[in-house]
Design a protein around this ligand. Structure first.
Ligand code: ADP
Ligand code: MG
Length: 593
């Protein structure tokens, strides 16, 4: 074994310190763009141009040109020193600070890791200044003619920190991050014109003096029509922006843009609150697309907890998050949330594929007599029983005349799974019979839970023979199951006896159904969502199945029951129940216009 001498402890030299610190602020080209654009915004620019040059492998130059305040000649070198800022003077100023920057770190950091040329002229001065700084060292400084504003060129990016350079993602990834930074700023600052030029070609321009809605339509034409506006105020907290129709979802929070007092932030808690507002309107593990601008008293916000200022803390956060979730919910209410049949090309091809496949040909108003066989008749009887179950539990009264659910005329059934209907303006509506009935059952379960779950004793108790670990787990979740209307008793070793079940389940003597629900709960393992998973399983089990042929009366019954639910447009798992092809869409598809 060789003895290694202990390394000596030394204080790092200033340059090294700066390079390490720089890494926290400017970790990649896109963060340089973000910091520099923020400076331009803080300087009151009306037009900001971002020019990016690259070779085949990496970004070679970032240039930001603005028409903002510029920097007075005698302050230019100072701007590049660490902790030099014009935006605050004392820590107290942080409470009132409305600028994006305040740490005085960005320019120093960029100058530490790259070759930077600044040309700037303050409005109040006649001559501009040109300064070149590289690796933290000023190489050149002098007067020059220049338009008012600032032009900052960054080259040889990360040349002092080769390790960081190695870790950069592919050029395509870096460029896409840069476009998204620019897109975010365009949305956050509709009044500013942002031009984005890549290798001499204009990639995008957001013309200032627009509203957020206009910028949205210009930048994301495909999505804009499926975004719902949100605008709200409570106790001095303002919410403004757009949230997506439930059919526009993503598997992660990347398309949720949140700005607090004009600063883009990342907050899983705020994203979570937006998600919570959707409830069962979208599948679990999915997120909407959103652009949400939050304005509140800067004193309530602590942005000073992370070098990139992307994380923040807000005082009274729990109230604040509840407010967001409830306003998202309100914005969604009263909207037509039916999923459109032709939201993207994929769905159009699906229709034509089905048309090519004769097995799923449309059957219009097929009468029972046309296909009588024992299985079908048994299916009718089961369906009738299932529908009677939910009809009996239906709240008395007709659908609310104010209801946003359209009044539908039943046409027939397709593929023994979808109900075909039409509304009074001639839109074609498809309804998933299983998802629809599942929603009806789920609603009833939830209502029962609110009113105290109705339980019903089984004529013959069902005995569950479980494994030791299952039996143990069942003992632990017994009280949750009892809240749902199940009554269970221990019945010998690893055996439990089910005496009562929720009324919604029906006077179900089918032990398999009960076993299925309980084993579903046991394998679910999400203790905090126990009640929810029981409700969903109970709703699903016992709902009219897909693949079951219905009589016209049964089809109408499902539509009628669905229309009286609180959220008819999705099933409890967030899948759509209703897809509509508007009349004008049909006309377009048939080239009638
Ligand atoms: P911060 O933005 O936190 O103050 P920076 O290092 O980003 O720190 O910038 C330092 C200072 O340089 C700013 O406070 C501002 O006075 C000045 N500055 C930087 N960029 C610009 C610009 N584009 N226009 C005018 N002034 C600028
Ligand atoms: Mg700054």
């Amino acid at each position: 074994m060789t003895e290694k001498p202990a390394p000596h402890i030394r204080i790092l030299d200033g340059e090294t310190i700066n390079q390490i610190a720089a890494g926290e602020v400017v970790e990649r080209p896109a963060s340089i763009v973000k910091e520099l654009v923020e400076n331009s915004i803080d300087a009151g620019a009306v037009t900001i141009t971002v020019e990016i040059s690259s070779n085949k492998k990496e970004i070679t130059r970032i240039r930001i040109i603005d028409d903002g305040s510029g920097i007075p000649a005698n302050e230019v070198p100072l701007a590049f020193s660490p902790h030099a800022t014009s935006k605050i003077q004392t820590a107290e100023d942080l409470n009132t600070c409305r600028t994006l920057g305040f740490r005085g770190e960005a320019l120093a950091s960029v100058a530490a890791i790259a070759y930077v040329t600044m040309v700037t002229r303050s409005r109040s001065e006649d001559a501009g200044t040109r300064l070149i700084i590289s690796g933290g060292e000023i190489l050149e400084q002098g007067a020059t003619g220049a338009p008012a504003g600032t032009n900052l060129t960054v080259e040889e990016i990360f040349f002092t920190t080769p390790a960081r350079r190695k870790f950069l993602k592919s050029l395509a990834t870096e460029l896409s991050r840069i476009s998204s930074v620019i897109e975010v700023f365009s949305l956050l600052y509709p009044a500013i014109t942002f031009r984005y030029i890549l290798n001499g070609h204009e990639k995008s321009t957001s013309h200032g003096t627009r509203t957020l809605g206009e910028v949205m339509r210009a930048l994301r034409p495909d999505e804009a029509s499926r975004m719902i506006q949100i605008s709200s105020e409570e106790h001095g907290v303002f919410l403004d922006g757009f949230i997506s129709h439930p059919e526009l979802i993503r598997q992660n929070t990347q398309r949720i843009l949140i700005a607090v007092n004009g600063r883009m932030i990342v907050s899983s808690r705020i994203s979570g609150a937006i998600r919570a507002g959707y409830g069962t309107l979208i599948p679990s593990h999915s997120f909407p697309v959103a652009v949400l601008m939050i304005t509140l008293d800067p004193a309530r916000v602590d942005a000073n907890i992370h070098p990139t200022k992307r994380e923040i803390r807000i005082s009274n956060e729990a109230d604040f998050l509840r407010f967001i979730a409830s306003r998202v919910r309100e914005a969604l209410q009263g909207q037509d949330l039916s999923h459109s049949g032709v939201s993207d090309k994929r769905e159009i091809t699906l229709v034509t594929e089905e048309q090519r496949n004769p097995a799923s040909a449309y059957r219009i108003h097929e009468t029972p007599a046309q296909r009588v066989c024992e299985a079908t008749l048994a299916g009718y009887r089961t369906t009738t029983r299932q529908l009677r179950q939910t009809r009996l539990l239906m709240e008395p009264g007709e659908p609310d005349p104010e209801s946003r659910f359209p009044s539908l005329t039943y046409i027939g059934q397709v593929a023994a799974t979808y109900l075909l209907a039409s509304n009074n303006v001639g839109d074609l509506i498809l309804i998933d019979q299983h998802a629809a009935h599942e929603r009806v059952r789920y609603d009833q379960l939830k209502r029962e839970q609110r009113e105290g779950t109705l339980s019903q004793e089984l004529l013959v108790p069902v005995v569950l023979q479980l494994s030791t670990s299952e039996a143990h787990l069942l003992g632990e979740i017994r009280s949750d199951l009892e809240d749902e209307g199940f009554h269970l008793e221990p019945f010998g070793k690893d055996t439990w006896c089910v005496r009562s079940v929720p009324v919604v389940l029906g006077r179900c003597e089918d032990p398999d159904a009960i076993k299925e629900i309980i084993s579903g709960v046991l394998s679910g393992g999400q203790e905090n969502r126990m009640q929810e998973s029981v409700s969903r399983l109970v709703a699903c089990r016992g709902a009219v199945k897909a693949g079951v042929i219905l009589t016209p009366e049964q089809g109408e019954e499902i539509i009628g029951q669905l229309s009286r639910t609180s959220e008819p447009y999705t099933c409890p798992h967030g899948r759509p129940t209703i897809i509509s092809f508007t009349r004008s869409k049909l006309e377009e598809l048939f080239r009638r216009k």
